[in-house]
Design a protein around this ligand. Structure first.
Ligand code: PMP
Length: 388
């Protein structure tokens, strides 16, 4: 027995619980239809909500940036890594969100970790929605702050927690997804902002799935709820509707200046690559200039809902106000079976299981580039599963 034997034992336990995960390869580019492990599939598993990851303009921007600036950015932002592109991108994000400034990280995960660890520490309190993304949860753990979870979207309980706990801590940070990534519902943003103001707390909202998707101008959930201009910390990713890679925090100029001095996952890592930076910048221009993409996405969401209501009214769709639609299954084994059957029928809509989520489900994400026939095929396959 070696010091590493436990790793294999642990893997076996994961397999027995149906929690084992393995990767699968898409051959070629992303899109509404992909070749998955050699088989053509309609893709209902992508975060590329606006279909920009394969857009010629993003590709050209990336290629030109590589030609001008090289492949790597060669250093951290505070040393040799910064190019004019980074600042242009940060200005574009701040302009989309109507905030004073923005700071771009190498991923959304690093943005949450960097911001939370910079904002709170041992003497502070983090109040966190129970369904928050792993990057928010791990940011809170790494910060060393005292963490209290509140039940999903429950502002009554949150208020009680604030009443009983706020006074015991120096600072308090409320953290929440704006669109919950594995459910598709939205956080009660106006109420959270009111509570943050009432109890003198900071509020960090993760707009990973809101940016480009929600709001008249695609600025996200904050715009959707008419909360633009209120004081809060917005985080987002460049890797979903924006079709690139990277993450950001946006807010007041003071906040961003502070993060440039205090966020370790920004200071001590290599700056975002020229290609990723340039393609994200082009994507933000498209988000602003082509609202028809967003409208097509929402049209597709409505079309799917309509067909499901008509043909599968008994399907238990979790509450959602986004292009993420999930339906629950009894357990992980059933979810895996359903995911496999969908895939065998040419539809990629994966099973999501614990520990990622509390209950097993099939998760469907829509894109602006789905055509009616794709959505009809999805419903047809779901109907055939329901009758088996
Ligand atoms: N927050 C949420 C809600 C997410 O869904 C994700 C990506 N799965 C992230 C943060 C992390 O973003 P990135 O992929 O850019 O690291």
């Amino acid at each position: 027995m070696s010091a590493y034997t436990w790793i294999n034992e642990s893997l076996q336990t994961i397999k027995k619980a149906n929690w084992y995960r393995s990767t699968q390869t898409i051959n070629g580019g992303s899109g509404a239809v992909v070749v998955l492990e050699g088989e053509s599939c309609i893709n209902f598993a992508s975060n590329d909500y606006l279909g920009l990851a394969g857009d010629e303009r993003l590709i050209t921007a990336a290629v030109n940036a590589v030609k001008e600036f090289g492949t790597g950015s060669t250093g951290s932002r505070l040393l040799t890594g910064q190019r004019s592109l980074h600042q242009q991108l940060e200005r574009a994000i701040a302009s989309l969100k109507q905030t004073q400034d923005a700071i771009v990280f190498s991923s959304g995960y690093l943005a949450n970790i960097g911001a939370i660890t910079a904002l709170v520490g041992k003497r502070d309190l983090v109040l966190s929605d129970q369904y928050n993304h792993s990057s928010l949860k791990n940011g809170a753990i790494l910060s060393g702050a005292n963490i209290t979870e509140y039940p999903h979207c429950n502002t009554e309980v949150l208020k009680n927690q604030l009443h009983s706990q706020r006074k015991n801590y120096r600072r308090c940070l409320i953290i929440t997804d704006s669109v919950f990534s594995m459910d598709g519902d939205l956080c009660p943003l106006p109420e959270l902002l009111d509570l943050a103001e009432e109890f003198n707390c900071m509020l960090l909202v993760d707009e990973a799935h809101g940016t480009g998707v929600l709001g008249k101008n695609g600025a996200g959930c904050v715009e959707h709820f008419g909360c633009t201009g209120r004081e809060l910390i917005q985080m987002g990713t460049l890797s979903k509707a924006l079709g690139s890679l990277g993450g950001y925090i946006t807010g007041s100029a003071t906040l961003i200046d502070y993060l440039r001095n205090r966020a370790p996952s920004w200071i001590y890592t290599t700056a975002l690559s020229p290609a990723d930076t340039a393609s994200a910048l082009t994507a933000i221009e498209i988000v602003s200039s082509e609202p028809q993409r967003r409208m097509q996405l929402w049209h597709n969401v409505e079309y799917l809902r309509e067909l499901l209501q008509k043909h599968l009214p008994e399907l238990k769709i979790l509450p959602s106000s986004s292009p993420i639609l999930c339906f629950q299954l009894a357990n992980a084994a059933d979810a895996l079976k359903a995911g496999k059957r969908l895939k065998d029928a040419g539809v990629f809509a994966p099973a999501i299981r614990p520990p990622t989520v509390p209950t097993s489900r099939i998760r469907i994400t829509l894109m602006a580039t789905h055509e009616n026939v794709h959505i009809e095929k999805l419903v047809e396959v779901l109907c055939s599963l329901a009758t088996k």
